[in-house]
Design a protein around this ligand. Structure first.
Ligand SMILES: [Zn+2]
Length: 236
């Protein structure tokens, strides 16, 4: 069920029935010269909506902004801080719980460390405060690696590469432009830099040339299966 189109009474019926909620999280972040900045949001939302075709779940409107680190100086990235994200997630969990939803999945299309730790910290805070809440935090990229590793040709593919380009070719083919060269960031290990983009000019991490739509379909559908299982695990 797509929450943005539901009425107050329909939403009330689902909260009374104990239906879980997925809150999809994305970013506004550069994804190379060939993918739109909403790529993370569109994947998270696409996977969440497909999981809703497999199991009973309400899919909340997505959170479009997230925390981005190494791409923050590239054109197109609009980031929020980990602190802001934590506050936002605290408020969202509190409001969903206030409305009667006590089974919540925070599902992220972005895998950044600070971003994911903000989601996890808010979730931990919420279950400490109210142990009757059932919460899960999942990252879309982890679901891909867990369910579809054997389909991937590019070791270490991560950002705007084989995985994300394939998935966008399946979900939103008209949004994909001519794919750039394979690229990997050369950011010196352990360093925290003011200008990471100097070591990562194209903003691609992996090989978009290895992408195809058929693989994208499989990567989306397998993640949707895995997400549906996470939803069901909150009902046990
Ligand atoms: Zn991405």
């Amino acid at each position: 069920m797509e929450m943005m189109w539901m009425t107050k009474d329909e939403i009330r019926n689902e909260s009374v029935a104990g239906t879980p909620v997925i809150i999809p999280f994305g970013t506004v972040e550069q994804h190379g010269g060939h993918l739109p900045v909403a790529t993370d949001t569109l994947q998270a939302y696409g996977v969440a909506m497909r999981s809703a075709a497999r199991t009973k779940v309400v899919v909340a409107p997505p959170v479009h902004y997230g925390q981005c680190s190494s791409t923050r100086n590239h054109p197109g990235t609009i980031t929020i801080s980990g602190d802001t994200l934590r506050s936002l997630v605290d408020d969202l969990i509190e409001s969903f719980v206030h409305q009667g939803f006590k089974r919540i999945i925070l599902f992220s299309g972005h895998a950044g460390r600070i971003h994911m730790s903000a989601l996890r910290e808010s979730a931990e805070r919420a279950v400490r405060k109210d142990p009757s809440i059932r919460l899960a935090v999942a990252c879309d990229l982890d679901l891909v690696r867990e369910t579809a590793q054997e389909l991937l040709r590019t070791p270490g593919d991560g950002h705007a590469g084989e995985i994300e380009t394939s998935r966008m070719l399946y979900l939103h083919p008209d949004s994909v432009s001519e794919v750039p060269q394979e690229e990997y960031p050369a950011i010196p290990p352990y360093r925290v830099l003011p200008d990471p983009e100097k070591y990562w000019p194209g903003g691609v991490w992996g090989n978009p040339g290895a992408a195809d739509e058929e693989k994208g379909k499989e990567l989306i559908e397998r993640s949707a299966d895995a997400l549906a299982k996470i939803v069901e695990s909150l009902l046990e």
